[in-house]
Ligand binder design. Structure first.
Ligand code: C2O
Length: 553
C-alpha cells in the first residue's frame, strides 16, 4: 500500500478561489435553481413533517442562498482550542446546558437568508440529498464515496457556527455511540437507545431546544444489536479497503456494477448501521422511515442528526486509525470535488476531502472515546498517545465474480417473504474459495448485491445471510451467517419525487473471517434475503439485479 503522510497532503496549494461554476449539480446549476424560484410549502412535500415547536411553519426550499462571485477556499482554523467531542451519554450537566443553549440560539435566527439559522442549517442536508418539494438539489452525497467526507465537513461548519453563536470556541458536538452495546437484544444497559435525557422524550414536560416532534422513540426502545452490536460492527470496522467501509465512486467498481445503471457503491457503514439508526429514530418498531430523521431530505432538521453523524464520523476515524487502513488516494476524491458551506462568519467556503483527513490538525477537533462499558477504564480527555498516521491508498479492485447467484438485465422484485438464492459451487471454483477463505489469506470475500432499486419516497431494511437457508424471520441479536443489511432511508417525501423518482444503490458486504472460513470446502452457496420492512408493500416495489461473491486483496 502506498502511504502518503500528512506533510505531503495537498491543502496549502489548493487554489485560493473556487469558482462558482464549480458548483455543478447532477442536472441543474445553482443559478438555474434560483431562477426556478422554489416556493413549495413545507407541508406540501410530506405529511407529518413539523419543524421543532418554536419554529414557524415555513416553506421548504433547499437551494442555498449562493452569493455571486467566488467561494473562499477553506483555510485551516488558526490557533483556537481543539474541540473535544464526547459521547452524549458522558456529558456533564454544564455541557448539556451548553448544547441546549447553542441550539436555542440557532433556532432564534429566523431570517430566511441567514445561513446560520436552524432552517438554513437543516436545508443544507436537503440540498445535498434529492431536494425537497422543489425537486432541486445539489450533487447526491449519499450512496457512495462522498458520504463520509461531506458529512465531516457539514458537522465542522455546523459545530463552529453553534460555538460562535454562544461565544464559545471550545463548543463541541456530542456523538451518540449507539454501537456501545452488547450483542444481546435483552441487555438494556447499552447505548443502543435514544439519548432522550439530552435530546428530549415526548413525555418530558419541557423537552427543550433539542427536541423534535417527529421522533417516535421511547425510553424502552432499543436498536436491535444485530444492526449495531459488536458482531455487526466488527466486519465493518475491519474492512480492509475504503471502498467496502466508506463507499466508492465508479472508478473502483467491478464490471458488473457498471452495467447496473448505478455508478457507486455504498460503504458498509452508511448502508447498514447509519441508515438503520435514521429509520429507527422515527419508527423504532417497523423502520418504515418518516420525517425528520427517517427521510434524508428532512433529517438535518432534527438536532439528533448531528449526534448520530458525529458517531459515524468517529467510526471513520477509528477505522482509518487501524493499521493498514487507508483513505482513497484517488485525486478525484481528494482534491477535485469541493463541497460548499457557509462558515460562522457567513462566508461561502469550499472544502475538499484532502483538507479534512487529519481532523485534529486541519479541523481542530477530536473524539474522547466512549466511557462504556461503565466499568471500563477510559483515558480521560487527554489526547491519544500518537495520532494515527494519515494514509491514503488506491483500493484494490474487486475480483471478477467468483460465483453469481443472480444476474438479470431486468430488475427482479424482492417479495416481502424471505427469499433464498442457491447455487451449487462449480468444481473449478471450490478450491479457489477455500484458498481465499483460509485464515492466512490476505483476501476478503465480499458478497455484493447490486442495482437495488426503490421509489425515492420509500425505505427498506433487508437482512442478508450466507449459508443460513432456514432463517424464516428477521433476527434481533447476532446470528451466524448474518453479513449485514440492505438499508435504504427514503430520500424524500411523498408527492415530491421530482427529478429522482428512484433510488438505486449497490451494496458490498465484507465477510468476517469466520464467515469466510465457513465457506471453505462447501458444495453450495446460499444467500437468504429477509425483508424486515414492507410486509404490506406491493412486491415489485423493491428490486435488485445482481447477487454475487467476489474477493478483494
Ligand atoms: Cu446525509 Cu445520515 O445522512
Amino acid at each position: 500500500m502506498a502511504d502518503r503522510h500528512n506533510s505531503e497532503m495537498p491543502g496549502d496549494d489548493t487554489p485560493k478561489k473556487l469558482h462558482r461554476r464549480d458548483f455543478v449539480t447532477g442536472a441543474v446549476t445553482v443559478g438555474a435553481g434560483l431562477a426556478a424560484g422554489a416556493t413549495t410549502a413545507w407541508n406540501a412535500w410530506s405529511q407529518g413533517v413539523q419543524p421543532p415547536t418554536p419554529m414557524p411553519t415555513i416553506p421548504i426550499e433547499c437551494v442555498p442562498p449562493v452569493p455571486f462571485g467566488q467561494a473562499n477556499a477553506f483555510g485551516a482554523p488558526g490557533s483556537g482550542p481543539v474541540r473535544v467531542r464526547k459521547s452524549v451519554f458522558d456529558l456533564d450537566a454544564s455541557e448539556v446546558s451548553r448544547l441546549r443553549a447553542a441550539y436555542a440560539e440557532l433556532q432564534k435566527i429566523t431570517k430566511r437568508d441567514d445561513p446560520r439559522g436552524w432552517y438554513r442549517q437543516g436545508a443544507v442536508h436537503c440540498w445535498y440529498c434529492s431536494g425537497a418539494g422543489d425537486s432541486l438539489n445539489g450533487m447526491e452525497i449519499h450512496g457512495g464515496w462522498w458520504f463520509l467526507a461531506w458529512h465531516r465537513a457539514y458537522l465542522y461548519f455546523h459545530e463552529t457556527i453553534l460555538g460562535s453563536l454562544i461565544g464559545d470556541p471550545s463548543f463541541a458536538l456530542p456523538y451518540w455511540d449507539w454501537d456501545s452495546c452488547t450483542d444481546d437484544p435483552k441487555d438494556m444497559t447499552g447505548r443502543n437507545r435514544f439519548p432522550g435525557e439530552v435530546y428530549g422524550f415526548p413525555t418530558d414536560p419541557d423537552p427543550g431546544s433539542l427536541f423534535d416532534t417527529t421522533r417516535a422513540v421511547g425510553k424502552d426502545d432499543r436498536i436491535p444489536p444485530i444492526y449495531v452490536g459488536p458482531s455487526a460492527m466488527k466486519p465493518i470496522l475491519d474492512a480492509r479497503v475504503f471502498t467496502d467501509f466508506g463507499g466508492s465512486g465508479n472508478e473502483e467498481l467491478p464490471v458488473f456494477a457498471q452495467t447496473a445503471n448505478a455508478p457507486q457503491q455504498a460503504g458498509a457503514l452508511e448502508a447498514g448501521p447509519h441508515g438503520l439508526v435514521h429509520l429507527w429514530t422515527t419508527d423504532p418498531k417497523n423502520f418504515s422511515g418518516l420525517a425528520n430523521m427517517g427521510m434524508l431530505a428532512a433529517a438535518g432538521f432534527d438536532p439528533v442528526f448531528f449526534a448520530h453523524h458525529a458517531n459515524i464520523d468517529r467510526l471513520w476515524s477509528v477505522w482509518a486509525g487501524k493499521p493498514q487502513h487507508a483513505n482513497p488516494s484517488n485525486e478525484r476524491w481528494l482534491n477535485q470535488q469541493p463541497f460548499y458551506f457557509y462558515d460562522q462568519a457567513q462566508v461561502w467556503t469550499g472544502i475538499v476531502p484532502a483538507q479534512m483527513l487529519d481532523s485534529e490538525k486541519s479541523l481542530s477537533y477530536r473524539y474522547q472515546p466512549p466511557k462504556w462499558p461503565p466499568t471500563a477504564v477510559v483515558a480521560s480527555a487527554t489526547p491519544e498517545a500518537a495520532p494515527a498516521a494519515i494514509r491514503v491508498a488506491q483500493s484494490q479492485p474487486l475480483s471478477v465474480p467468483l460465483v453469481a447467484l443472480e444476474t438479470t438485465a431486468q430488475p427482479r422484485a424482492l417479495p416481502p417473504q424471505p427469499t433464498t438464492l442457491q447455487i451449487a459451487l462449480p468444481e473449478a471454483v471450490k478450491p479457489r474459495i477455500t484458498a481465499l477463505a483460509a485464515p492466512a489469506s490476505p483476501a476478503t470475500l465480499v458478497l455484493r448485491i447490486d442495482g437495488v432499486e426503490i421509489p425515492a419516497d420509500r425505505g427498506a431494511v433487508v437482512q442478508v445471510f450466507v449459508n443460513q437457508p432456514d432463517i424464516a424471520a428477521p433476527a434481533e441479536g447476532s446470528q451466524p451467517g448474518y453479513v449485514g443489511s440492505i438499508v435504504i432511508v427514503p430520500s424524500t417525501g411523498k408527492r415530491s419525487l421530482g427529478l429522482h423518482p428512484t433510488i438505486t444503490r449497490n451494496f458490498g458486504f465484507p465477510l468476517s473471517a469466520e464467515q469466510a472460513a465457513g465457506l471453505a470446502g462447501k458444495d453450495n452457496l446460499s444467500v437468504t434475503l429477509v425483508p424486515v420492512t414492507g410486509a404490506n408493500r406491493p412486491p415489485e416495489v423493491l428490486r435488485y439485479r445482481q447477487v454475487y461473491l467476489s474477493s478483494r486483496q
